[in-house]
Design a protein around this ligand. Structure first.
Ligand SMILES: [Zn+2]
Length: 369
């Protein structure tokens, strides 16, 4: 039964891909400045992701920020671009190498001869190694995850075994659609690597518009890029900002994340477009994220100094006030907070602290010899 349901869902996604025009789009289009558009996703925050996209349209060409979790979704974004302009895409900037931001790259490569792909230099190492390993496990576990969510929907319970809420129902259905699209796309997967590499910054001038591509430090990954329009004062932050619950995953650097966000805040943008979540007109959400990341750093460093193990650290670090601030009364958002902050962020901080102390110890030994 479950297998038939999954198959039906895969088939319906395949149909959606071929006939995206007859469905409401998966995003809302917001015009932010002359020629600058953000495509803000409508999928609810959950365990799988599709990122916001951006078009920066000039007289002779277009800069696109990020592709999507499958070719179908990227084709839908490209179809939207075609309603705004017939100019070619000259650059695709990938804010980082996670699959939800790069999988659809091939759609732009195939549609635009000579389109350049911009990424942080670390992408060249991370995408074929960690990226490929993550992709393999997502593909191996995807069908099982869909089956699990479908059985939970049938049982009227959430992943923690509690009575399911409407919010969870919508989130699980959205996750099922995203995973199925990803699985259906997987035979066509190709890693389209960056052709323009950024170390610290890259300044483009496209049809008279200044576009700054900045690496402000390690945070969500080891190579997050921010795209800043200095004249318009618009910052596209990639997953440095994720709303309503930030995402500090196993490939994040929680000990540096807060400081990187502080440098981001110093851009003093008028408009912030996060990797996931709504357009923001002030830095209040960014400041709450800095508070969370600073607290994770302080608490995990203090725990490590006390000589605690990872298990002890998990018990002593208290993020309850932040869970309340970000998740409110939502059972679903609390679950997301646990899975995208509490569990992975403490593990990643512990990993960073262990690496630091090993580096320090080997430097000490080197000095003695
Ligand atoms: Zn993302």
């Amino acid at each position: 039964m479950a297998r038939i349901l999954i198959l039906a869902a895969v088939l319906s996604m395949a149909a959606l891909g071929q006939d995206a025009g007859s469905h409401p789009p998966h995003f809302a289009v917001e015009r932010l400045a002359d020629g600058v558009y953000a495509l803000i996703r409508r999928e609810p925050a959950s365990l799988w992701f599709n990122p916001n996209n951006v078009f920066i349209i000039g007289k002779s060409g277009v800069v696109v920020i990020d592709s999507n979790i499958s070719g179908n979704y990227t084709q839908e974004v490209l179809d939207e671009l075609r309603k705004l302009t017939d100019k070619p895409v000259r650059y695709v900037i990938n804010t980082h190498w996670h699959d939800d931001h790069v999988t659809g790259n091939r759609v732009y490569r195939d549609a635009f001869h000579g389109a350049k792909f911009v990424g942080h230099r670390s992408t060249v190492d991370d995408l074929p190694r960690t990226g490929a390993a993550n992709r393999k496990s997502a593909l191996q576990n995807g069908r099982g995850f869909v089956g699990l969510l479908e059985s939970k929907l049938e049982l009227n319970e959430n992943l923690a075994g509690q009575k399911i809420t409407d919010e969870e129902r919508k989130a699980y259905s959205s996750d099922i659609e995203l995973v199925n699209s990803y699985l259906a796309d997987s035979p066509m997967f190709e890693s389209v690597m960056p052709t323009v590499l950024v170390d610290d910054r890259l300044f483009l001038e496209e049809d008279g518009r200044k576009i700054e591509i900045l690496f402000l430090g390690r945070a969500h990954t080891g190579g997050d890029l921010v795209v800043f329009l200095p004249k318009e004062k618009i910052a596209f932050t990639g997953d440095l900002i994720v709303h309503p619950v930030p995402l500090v995953g196993s490939t994040s650097y929680p000990l540096e994340y807060g400081a990187t966000l502080e440098r981001l805040r110093k851009l003093k943008a008028r408009v912030w477009v996060p990797g996931h979540g709504p357009v923001m007109r002030d830095d209040s959400y960014l400041r709450s994220m800095i508070g969370l990341l600073d607290s994770i750093k302080q608490q995990t460093e203090a725990s490590f100094l006390r000589g605690e193990t990872l298990e002890q650290m998990r018990k002593s670090v208290d993020l309850e006030s932040f869970r309340k601030a970000f998740a409110g009364d939502s059972q679903h958002k609390s679950f997301v907070f646990k899975n995208y902050i509490t569990l992975p962020a403490i593990a990643a901080a512990y990993r960073q602290l262990t690496e630091r102390s090993e580096t320090r110890a080997s430097a000490e030994t080197g000095r003695k010899e």
